[in-house]
Write a protein that binds this ligand. Structure first.
Ligand code: NDP
Length: 250
């Protein structure tokens, strides 16, 4: 059932770790060609080398990209090598949370970094890629939302706001693309053990691990399976929203 993805071109933002890297590996396994972007180019190079050696038929293009830089987003998308220029699937995955403060003490750094990355960056990438999809008359945009975009919680104001915004952008894009067969999918995971919690807690591993409170978190691979499932449906069928929770999480 994943044959439909063979030879397709899939762009993954934030592919240098966690869920994005898992998505890259799984799309490679089913034969998709990959555009992998992130800021940490050493990680991207290592991942690309791993994929090329395991799946020699898969083509991989890597590009350094900070999604907050709108000029770089436009440049990376417009200067793709010809064989990668028709993007079939965009996985809008780059994102982060920074800090665990209540509204009265959220930092300027957290407000700017999280909203610039999760909302503005996601919009820049979506805008640049959907222009090409529209011109070609097809495509699939997969947004990495979160359960934080469905229910807000204490100390989550900025991150939750950013993921509520991802839902809003997805809804708008759906309504704007009724005239072309462009699909939009929202993937909303709960707890996934990646570098996410460590970054959110400014490198404090103990604090990061405490988040799971005895619940076994999901892995990036669990989320990648949902992404690849959504991407591989027949053209007539859209997986609109997926919510994935760690067992025991509510
Ligand atoms: P990771 O920290 O492992 O991965 C985050 C990825 O985003 C990295 O590849 C990082 O790459 C990239 N990234 C961060 N900032 C930027 C930027 N400014 N420009 C480009 N890339 C950037 O965490 P996850 O894999 O867990 O997170 C992936 C997505 O999943 C995020 O959108 C997150 O909000 C979402 N999510 C995560 C959950 C979890 O519990 N882990 C739950 C629900 C959703 P680099 O630093 O190299 O640029």
């Amino acid at each position: 059932m994943f044959d439909r993805l063979k030879g397709k071109t899939v762009m993954v933002t934030g592919a240098s770790s966690g869920i994005g890297a898992s998505c890259a590996r799984l799309f490679a396994e089913v034969g998709s060609n990959l555009i992998l972007t992130a800021r940490r180019t050493d990680r991207l190079a290592a991942l690309a080398a791993e994929i090329r050696s395991k799946y020699p038929q898969v083509q991989v293009h890597t590009a350094e990209l900070d999604v907050r830089n709108r000029a770089d987003v436009d440049r990376v998308v417009s200067e793709l090598p010809a064989e990668f220029s028709a993007i079939d699937v965009l996985v809008n995955n780059a994102g982060l949370a920074l800090g665990t403060d209540p509204v009265v003490s959220v930092t300027d750094e957290s407000i700017d970094t999280v909203l610039d990355t999760n909302v503005k960056g996601l919009l820049y990438v979506t805008r640049a890629v959907v222009r090409g999809m529209r011109a070609r008359g097809s495509g699939h945009v997969i947004m990495m939302g979160s359960i934080a975009g469905l229910t807000a919680y204490p100390t989550g104001s900025i991150y939750c706001a950013s993921k509520y915004a991802v839902h809003a952008i997805a809804q708008s894009l759906r309504a704007e693309t009724l005239d072309v067969p462009i699909k939009v999918t929202e993937i909303n995971p709960g707890m996934v053990e990646t570098e996410f919690s460590i970054i959110r807690n400014y490198g404090d591993k103990e604090k990061a691990d405490n988040v799971y409170r005895g619940i076994e978190p999901m892995t990036g691979d669990d989320v990648a399976e949902a992404v690849v499932f959504a991407a591989s449906r027949h053209q007539r069928c859209v997986v609109s929203d997926v919510v994935l929770l760690a067992t025991g999480q509510y």
